[in-house]
Design a protein around this ligand. Structure first.
Ligand code: URA
Length: 209
């Protein structure tokens, strides 16, 4: 069963309080999401494999460690996922970025993929699916399914805030996927907004309404 990691670093929690605050404007909201994404990237990459190397320091020869070269792919779900990509890339600049855009057909309730563009070698990459809000789990589940259908084998899910309902749903549908969160909130309201949450992440990031 996939693990749920709540990244409760004090800096993440502090910044998340400002992100949640309805008085935080678009510019500051965007900057804070970027910063939290960077801090989360630090935690998510904790288990990346290392390999030994030998280098010359100005003083001596030293055996040190470098990343073993595991390839990373960031997959933001459009559109709110975009707000966390730059922060992640600050720490993982060599990552490739794929995009998934989907919505649910209101009649069939089936996911409709209106956009997908992925790195050509997703089966070799550790993919991090990014969506700030894990509410019902519908979009995350559909995006993950879409990646698996195209050969993805190693997938993690990264969200700012999740509702218990969303976490349970992803755990049921994709038990192999580890979930990384800055906070696990109380519940969903009748409109599938996360409570207490932060409102509509896309609107707050892009200043729309
Ligand atoms: N999407 C959002 O942007 N906010 C929520 O609370 C739930 C889904």
């Amino acid at each position: 069963m996939g693990n749920v990691h709540v990244l409760d670093h004090p800096l993440i929690q502090h910044k998340l309080s400002y992100i949640r605050n309805k008085h935080t404007g678009t510019k500051e909201f965007r900057e804070l999401v970027d910063e939290v994404a960077m801090l989360m990237a630090f935690e998510i990459t904790r288990d990346l494999p290392l390999t030994e190397t030998t280098i010359e320091t100005p003083v001596t020869t030293a055996n040190t460690k470098v990343l073993a070269g595991k390839k990373i792919g960031l997959i933001p779900i459009l559109r709110a996922g975009l707000g966390m990509v730059d922060g992640m890339l600050k720490l993982i600049p060599a990552a490739k970025v794929g995009h998934v855009g989907l919505y649910r057909d209101p009649e069939t309730l089936k996911p409709v993929e209106y956009y997908i563009k992925l790195p050509s070698d997703i089966e070799e990459r550790e993919l991090i699916v990014i969506d700030p809000m894990l509410a019902t789990g519908g979009s995350a589940n559909d995006a993950i399914q879409s990646l698996k259908k195209r050969g993805a084998k190693n997938i993690r899910l990264m969200c700012l805030i999740a509702a218990p309902e969303g976490v349970e749903s992803v755990k049921q549908e994709h038990p192999d996927v580890d979930i990384y969160l800055a906070a696990l909130d109380e519940k969903l309201d009748d409109h599938a907004y996360i409570v207490p949450g932060l409102g509509d992440a896309g609107d707050r990031l892009f200043g729309t309404k």
